[in-house]
Structure formats: C-alpha cells, structure tokens
Write a protein that binds this ligand. Structure first.
Ligand SMILES: Cc1ncc(COP(=O)(O)O)c(C=O)c1O
Length: 378
C-alpha cells in the first residue's frame, strides 16, 4: 500500500551522510528515537520500540510477558508462521484457536480453549481485519490472561475508532515490504506498561546498557539478543508514519465504495466485519468451497484472491512436523506439548472458511474504475 517518496530518500541520505547509522551513535536525537516518539504519539500509547522485524516484535512481546517452558499461548489459526514460532522458540506451546466468518479469532472458541496453562492470547488482525476486541478483552480480562495484538498486517488500522495494537498489553507491528508502511524489513512493539517496555528493550538488545534512550531502563538487566533496528530503518519509518493516516483513509474510502457496489449488485455476500465503519478490507464469502471455485473462477478478476498458501497452518512445516533445532528445546517433547497438533483437525472451521472466502481489496495500485465496472457487470 505504501509508496516511497522523496522524503524517505532525503531522510535516508541524511543518515548515510551523517555516518551515524546506529542508535548508539545517533542517541536520542536520532531517527529511531524520533520515529519511536512519533509512533507512540500516533498510537496514543506511552512507549514504542522499533526492532528489526515483526517476528522480533513478537519475540519481544513473549519475553516481556515472561512466556517460557510449560506455558501455552493461544493464537488464531490464520496468521503468518512467526506468530506461533515466537512462543515455540521460547519452549512454550502455541495452540490454535479457530477463526469465525470475520476471518479473525472466534471469541467462543477462544474461551473453550483456555486452560490452566494458558499464559497469553495472541490475536491477529490479518489483512487489516480487526478482531472483535470488545469480546476478546472481556474474556481475557475475566480469566486474567494478557493479550498481545499481532497487528503486523494492520499498522494504522482501527477498531471502533481506536488504533489496533492498543487494546492488549502489547501491540506488535511489521514494516516488511508487504505491510501498510515499510522500511524493507522492520517492526515495532507498543505498550503502556513501563516494565513490559523495559523487558522488551532488554531482550531486543544485549547491549541495552550502553544505549541512550529518552528514559533509561529501570529493571535489573537480563541477557538479551540483537534485534536492533538501524537509523536507516528509523528514518524511513519516521517519514512513512507521516503518510500512514492519509493512506489508510484513502484505502478505507476505496473499501467503502467497493462494499457499497458489492451490496448494490447483490450477487455476492460480504463477510461480516467487526467494525464495518472503518473497514480497510473487502472479503467476499461463499457458502461452499465448490461455489467459490465455480464463481470466482468464472469472474477471473485480477484483484480478487484467496489467501490459501503460506498463511494457513497446515502449510507450516516446522509446526506440522513439530521440530525444533534440538530435541531438548522442543516443547512438543514435554507434557505441555504432547497433544498439540497442527494437522487439518486442529482448526477445521478455519480451513473451511478460508477455502470459501476471497479478498477484493482495492489497494492503491488497483484501478478502482475498472474494478467498479467489473463488479457492476457481474
Ligand atoms: C500476521 C503476521 N505476523 C507476523 C509477521 C512477521 O513480520 P516480519 O516478516 O516483519 O518478521 C508477519 C509478516 O509477514 C505477519 O503477516
């Protein structure tokens, strides 16, 4: 959805010319610090940390919440593999929750799957589709389980007027090349909790103790990794953030138009949406996979597609085969993970829904007039 303009080129050039390519060199006047302040302000939260990917952001979130061996993390079955890998890499067990017709976490299945081992819930706002945050937060709060929002595919998205990523304890974003804004590869976490923020900072940088931040880390140091972002990434995100709301508004207007046309034409059913007023995605839903194949095959629109491959759990080999790099760090070889499985029976409703749903999202590079005409000609 993003475009890269002169502003990003100028900011990156400035970083390159300055020779200050890292947070360590640039300090609190640098682009990472400025982008973090801008992100926190835009989202209306206290803290933001830029990291080198959305996967790193999820890892930081898990570590911040203290997820580890013996724990179970519930997450919806429709996502990118990074979401389950984050707990798995910390020797916790990711357990799949079904999606409902909105293609986001089914609150009823969530409640059914909560067990005494459940230590976190990760909701995923796939393809700018907001989860039912009212119901999910009510369930999570009632059970005292923290929520992480994987908003990697929904940076700048809204649910009932509030930013996605700000409902749970921590929000995670990705800025890779397919997301709403980008710096090539990158990510961020946001939170209002100073301790979670400090824990995420420590984990993201083994050298946190030598970095300069607006606010120094207040908790005892523990061993971390290196998920640091560079000033080049900071510069791009600083500039892209200024454009994000305009792009999202444009997308929402295009989506509104397409939803109206689909409804007017009346031949296809829109999937239910948890907040139609701020929808930034159009999903068509069919009664059966066969009907989907017949009708979408006949239409053959260039911009209509099914999310059928890499975002579906049965296509994630390390999970399906339950393999870690060493057996003694493999959570599936422990009692907590013994009955976890990721074959088709783990979330059959999710597989069925994805086989009969199609995106018709009018992204910025799609000719809206042609799409309108095609839709009317159905
Ligand atoms: C839902 C979701 N979660 C997590 C990630 C991981 O982000 P990244 O590719 O920046 O590591 C992605 C990226 O594709 C994603 O789509």
């Amino acid at each position: 959805m993003f475009e890269i303009g002169q502003e990003e080129i100028a900011a990156v050039t400035e970083v390159l010319k300055s020779g200050r390519l890292t947070r360590f060199q640039a300090g609190t006047d640098g682009y990472l610090a400025k982008a973090e302040r801008a992100l926190a302000e835009k989202m209306g939260v206290k803290y933001a940390l830029l990291v080198n990917s959305g996967t790193s952001a999820l890892m930081c979130a898990m570590v911040a919440l203290g997820i580890g061996p013996g724990d179970e993390v519930l997450l919806s079955a429709y996502t990118w593999i990074s979401t389950p890998l984050a707990p798995m890499l910390l020797q916790a067990v990711p357990k799949l929750v079904e999606i409902d017709e909105t293609l986001t976490m089914d609150p009823e299945d969530l409640e059914r799957k909560i067990s005494p081992r459940t230590k976190a819930i990760v909701v995923i706002h796939m393809a700018n589709l907001p989860c039912d945050m009212d119901r999910i937060m009510e369930i999570a709060n009632r059970h005292g389980i923290p929520v992480v929002e994987d908003a990697c595919q929904a940076v700048g998205g809204l649910y009932k007027g509030r930013r996605l990523g700000t409902f749970g304890a921590i929000g995670c974003f990705s800025f890779n090349n397919y997301k709403n804004i980008t710096c090539g590869e990158g990510g961020a976490i946001i939170t209002d909790d100073p301790v979670l923020f400090d824990r995420a900072r420590l984990w993201h940088d083994a050298g946190t103790f030598v970095q300069s931040y607006d606010a120094p880390v207040q908790i005892p140091m523990f061993a971390g990794q290196d998920y640091r972002a560079s000033e080049i990434q900071g510069a791009m995100i600083f500039e892209q953030l200024k454009k994000l709301d305009g792009w999202m508004e444009q997308l929402r207007l295009r989506v509104k138009r397409m939803r109206e046309i689909v409804e007017e034409v009346g031949k296809y059913r829109l999937a239910p949406h948890n907040d139609p007023e701020s929808a930034a995605t159009v999903v068509l839903q069919f009664d059966t996979p066969e009907e989907f194949d017949q009708r979408v095959g006949v239409i053959g629109w260039g911009s209509i597609f099914q999310n059928a491959g890499r975002h579906i759990f049965i296509n994630w080999p390390p999970l399906v085969e339950k393999r870690a790099y060493r057996d003694d760090v493999n959570p599936y070889l422990t009692p907590a993970g013994a009955d976890a499985h990721y074959d088709a029976s783990a979330a059959p409703r999710t597989l069925d829904l994805l086989k009969r749903s199609a995106y018709l999202t009018p992204a910025w590079n799609i000719d809206l007039a042609k799409l309108e005409a095609d839709t009317r000609a159905l």
